[in-house]
Design a protein around this ligand. Structure first.
Ligand code: NAP
Ligand code: GDD
Length: 352
């Protein structure tokens, strides 16, 4: 940790042709994959991290340890989306060429419990960053992490032409961030893009999102650590993709000739129930014997079906999803089995 603390305030050499990226939310699922991608492309990456009483840098730990990434540069800076003056100071120091704004209170259910905080961080936080860009006059390209949650109750399939109908404080805050980003593009000529990303998952997915909750439960039940899995609405349908592919789309948007807004999705939708079938089925378990419904996981208003049409991204950016639903579930379940030391044993048992 001492190295990391050192790098937080290290003097940075700004000379040379190296591209610099500033990433908010670098400690999250997407931030960690994006940082990896940018480092592999030779970028110098500056990430915003929150001060926390315990370590919150687990997902980017390997970026310090991987010998293949040695010589590349990742700098971490303390800050928060609620602190605008700090953002401006940081941009002045870092002078980034590209900003990827992923930092947010990203949990939909939690946003009903903390609506004001979510509006401040997930909504106004974006304005603070845009204002910091305007104040510092840095000629930067800006990516805003928009969400399919903004479509909410709009009937599927959803594309860039579908009107938003947010169904949670989180989604309403993201709609604000979307339009304020459009506004800064139109008002000040900022190269600003909104990615409208449908759900994307991975072994690094936060443990309270439904897919990871299920894949961890499979491993925990098999290893005797957990008996029951408590869930909410099993009928909700989501267009679930693979996170490492989705962060590539963020980068592609900022490399395009013109700024724009893009839906990023797989074009397939599956219910939570289907995810359960697939995940428990992989290890030969019947989920009905382990899952119980707990009403506390229901939301005051639900988004029933998300199904994205990403043809604009395919045509303009050449982006296409590769990982299919069943492969995604397998990747997640295998990673959680590996974490409890059961991967090989369980998969051999199932194939015999
Ligand atoms: P995540 O794993 O929850 O990560 C969120 C990141 O934001 C973490 O680094 C977190 O820091 C940081 N953060 C939270 N509050 C902050 C604050 N007040 N100030 C500064 N940073 C703060 O989310 P994700 O899945 O990677 O998603 C990345 C972004 O894409 C989010 O904006 C999310 O809303 C959006 N999005 C996600 C999906 C998806 O399916 N994953 C789809 C569409 C859009 P800590 O590590 O300290 O908590
Ligand atoms: N989290 C959670 N926990 N969700 C559950 C549960 C449970 O126990 N049981 C059922 N669900 C249902 C939710 O009601 C929802 O319909 C669906 O599973 C997916 O929930 P999440 O995995 O929490 O994801 P989300 O779709 O609400 O939000 C995610 O995707 C958005 C993009 O559409 C987040 O990553 C958002 O940040 C992102 O914007």
């Amino acid at each position: 940790m001492s190295d990391r603390e050192g790098s937080t305030n290290a003097a940075v050499n700004f000379d040379g042709p190296t591209k610099r990226a500033f990433v908010t939310g670098v400690t999250g699922q997407d931030g960690s994959y994006l940082a990896e991608l940018l480092l592999s492309k030779g970028y110098e990456v500056h990430g915003l991290i929150r001060r926390s009483s315990s370590f919150n840098t687990e997902r980017i730990e390997t970026l310090y340890q991987d010998p293949h990434l040695e010589g590349t540069r990742l700098f971490l800076h303390y800050g928060d989306m609620s602190d605008g003056s700090m953002l401006a100071r940081l941009l002045t120091r870092v002078q980034p060429h590209e900003i990827y704004h992923l930092g947010a209170q990203s949990h939909v259910r939690v946003s009903f419990d903390m609506p004001e905080y979510t509006a401040d961080v997930t909504g106004i936080g974006t304005l603070r960053l845009l204002e910091a860009i305007r104040e510092t006059e840095i000629p930067v390209r800006f990516y805003q992490a928009g969400s399919s949650e903004m479509f909410g109750a709009a009937p599927p399939p959803q594309s860039e032409r579908t009107p938003f109908y947010p169904r949670s404080p989180y989604a309403a805050a993201k709609v604000y961030s979307h339009w304020i980003t459009v506004n800064y593009r139109e008002s000040y000529g900022l190269f600003a893009c909104n990615g409208i990303l449908f759900n994307h998952e991975s072994p690094r997915r936060g443990q309270t999102f439904v897919t990871r909750k299920i894949s961890r439960a499979v491993a925990n039940i098999l290893s005797g650590r957990q008996e029951k899995l408590y869930l909410g609405n099993l009928d909700a349908k989501r267009d679930w993709g693979y996170a490492p592919e989705f962060v590539e789309a963020m980068w592609l948007m900022l490399q395009h000739d013109e700024p724009g807004d893009y839906v990023i999705a797989t074009g397939e939708t599956h219910s939570v129930r289907e995810f359960l079938d697939e995940a428990f089925g992989l290890v030969g378990l019947d989920w009905q014997s382990h899952v119980e419904i707990d009403p506390k996981y229901y939301r005051p208003a639900e988004v029933d079906v998300l199904l994205g049409d990403a043809s604009k991204a395919r045509d303009a950016l050449g982006w296409v999803p590769k990982t299919k639903f069943k492969d995604l579930v397998r990747i997640m379940v295998e990673a959680d089995l590996e974490a409890v030391g059961l991967r090989d044993k369980v998969l051999q048992g199932v194939s015999n």
